[in-house]
Design a protein around this ligand. Structure first.
Ligand code: ZN
Ligand code: ZN
Length: 235
């Protein structure tokens, strides 16, 4: 089928995801945007909350707000901040079904996970579940797409069933941290038992309330340690 465009030709015709100039990059970034993207990816972040470290924290790994505090998670990885360009990419995927951004978003999270060296500490990946109603509305779960990329790149297995969102909480965007906690109590259910060391895969980490509620359900189902690997952290 010679007439079909090769993947490379298709990339060549596609504009850069960020500045819309032509690019041949397989992830869809032009060289200038790639440089900026890489710089954003390399920022050291707090293990407890995923925020960029501003040179504080006794061990160079934890921010002043998190140091000495018990964390709900073994470790938090956030690849990039949810800045306007990242937010635009995530919205293109979630609300406009633009799947052309998926390889870039997957590669971004994969790179952060590799740089962290956390792969060996995890037995299974658990994508943040959507409520079935929400999943039907959107047609797909963006966390599944991210988790798929991480699973393929790292060889870690995906927990494909048994982790469910049983309460449709709607959007939590307008809620305070306390309201989110209250709304999310009992929002997740886990059938059976799960492996000991779990990494939750999420697209955006804001207060971490959803991940904490899911982590509690996973611990009840046998997880000894729960980490969160998110594409983006709300700064
Ligand atoms: Zn560009
Ligand atoms: Zn922190």
């Amino acid at each position: 089928m010679e007439w079909m465009p090769s993947r490379r030709q298709r990339w060549f015709d596609a504009p850069c995801h960020l500045c819309r100039l032509d690019t041949v990059d397989p992830d869809g970034l032009c060289p200038d945007c790639r440089r900026e993207w890489r710089a954003a990816l390399g920022r050291p972040r707090c293990r407890g909350c995923g925020l960029i470290l501003a040179g504080d924290g006794a061990d160079g790994k934890t921010c002043a707000a998190c140091v000495g505090k018990p964390s709900a998670f073994e470790g938090v990885i956030a690849a990039v901040d949810l800045d306007p360009s990242v937010r635009a990419l995530v919205h293109r995927l979630k609300y406009r079904q633009d799947f052309s951004v998926v390889p870039l978003l997957q590669a971004t999270l994969v790179e952060a996970v590799r740089a962290d060296g956390a792969v060996g500490d995890i037995d299974v990946l658990v994508p943040m579940p959507l409520h079935p109603r929400q999943r039907r509305r959107r047609g797909f779960n963006q966390s599944w797409l991210l988790a798929d990329g991480v699973a393929r790149a790292t060889g870690l297995p995906l927990l494909r069933r048994g982790v469910r969102r049983v309460r449709d909480t709607g959007s939590l965007t307008a809620l305070s941290a306390r309201e989110r906690r209250r709304t999310l109590k009992g929002a997740f259910a886990v059938d059976g038992t799960v492996p000991r060391r779990v990494a939750i895969i999420d697209d955006v980490l804001t207060t971490g309330a959803s991940a904490r509620a899911l982590a509690a359900a996973l611990r009840q189902a046998g997880a000894a340690s729960v980490s969160v690997w998110a594409l983006a952290r709300t700064p």
